[in-house]
Design a protein around this ligand. Structure first.
Ligand code: ATP
Ligand code: MG
Length: 301
């Protein structure tokens, strides 16, 4: 497991003795190299959970094991700096993690801090920026004068520049336009499948992640309400409603098609393309048309 939580609770406490238990008795395992989606209504504890994954928050009960570094409630924490390099966290509000006066300085800060040469750090910075589809001209710009979407992509680039084993993102697509959203999810999926990184994404837009996530964790009022695959959610969407979430369109469409053609038990088709292809193959008219299309294509070739 990349991350294992055993009976973890977390309580925020301030000097006025006001206390808020944000997470209760969480037991959770996130396999290495997996892509996990985390969802839940606002205030359900998602951001709190993510901050336990790289030691920003320490459990008030239970134990958090991240890449074999164990942080246990009531005990002195182990050294967390190496963990911070290996677990990249992209905050919900990207401006929280930009602090330099140019994008380049922000991007090279992490790599330099972990002992890389300036030359190497700059190379990493450029590659990470390009990976995020941003223009290299942004390197000299003040990060606080970027648009919300550019700032978010730059914040993600500054985390990717450290080449972490685990990348944790809190609503990474929130301020992006539709094309950038799809590109970012595709980029994160590549990082997972081609480079074996463990990716964890908190999202309010389950639709965009459902076709790619290996597993889902749903939170309700600080407790785990569900852990399992998108297929299991597709089979029982009431789980989502029980967590105060609306059922994503892709699941609704799949359910409607599965009901109409008696396809329950089949692998759910959760993208518009895969569902359209399935329907075209199912309806006689569609099958004919797609057959004609194939013939034309064959003739053309
Ligand atoms: N710094 C803090 N001090 C005290 N309580 C906090 C703090 N941060 C969060 N909380 C409380 O902990 C609970 C969980 O908050 P959290 O931010 O983890 O929720 P969330 O699921 O990320 O919500 P959202 O979808 O709105 O981002 C909420 O009741 C919130 O009020
Ligand atoms: Mg949050």
């Amino acid at each position: 497991m990349a991350i294992q939580l055993d009976q973890v609770s977390y309580t925020y406490a301030d000097k006025s003795l006001w206390r808020q238990t944000a997470l209760h008795d969480i037991t959770l395992g996130i396999p290495k190299g997996s892509l996990t989606g985390i969802a839940g209504a606002t205030g359900s504890g998602k951001s709190t959970l993510l901050q336990l994954f790289n030691g920003i928050l320490k459990p008030t009960q239970g134990a958090v094991n991240v890449l074999d570094v164990v942080i246990r409630a009531g005990e002195k924490s182990p050294k967390l700096l190496p963990l911070r390099r290996r677990v990249g966290l992209v905050f919900q509000f990207p401006e929280q993690q930009m602090f330099e006066d140019t994008v380049e300085k922000d991007l090279i800060f992490g790599p330099l801090n972990f002992g890389m040469s300036l030359e190497e750090a700059k190379e990493r910075a450029r590659n990470a920026l390009l990976d995020m589809g941003l223009d290299l001209a942004l390197l000299d710009r003040n990060p606080f004068r970027l648009s919300g979407g550019q700032m978010r992509k730059a914040a993600i680039a500054s985390v990717l520049a450290m080449d972490p084993d685990i990348v944790v993102l809190d609503e990474p697509t929130a301020t992006l336009d539709p094309v950038s959203r799809a590109e970012l999810i595709a980029q994160l999926e590549r990082l997972c499948r081609e480079r074996g990184r463990t990716i964890i994404i908190v999202t309010h837009r389950m639709d965009e992640l459902l076709p790619y996530a290996d597993r889902w964790v749903l939170l309700k009022e600080g407790r785990i309400a569900f852990q399992g695959s998108g297929g299991e959610l597709a089979a029982d969407p009431a789980i989502l409603e029980g967590c105060g979430l609306t059922v994503p369109h892709s699941l609704r469409y799949w359910r409607a098609v599965a009901d109409r053609f008696g396809l329950h038990g089949e692998k759910p088709r959760l993208t518009a393309e895969s569902l359209a292809k399935l329907i075209a193959g199912l309806s006689p008219a569609g099958a004919e048309r797609s057959g004609e299309h194939e013939e034309k294509r064959d003739a053309h070739e």
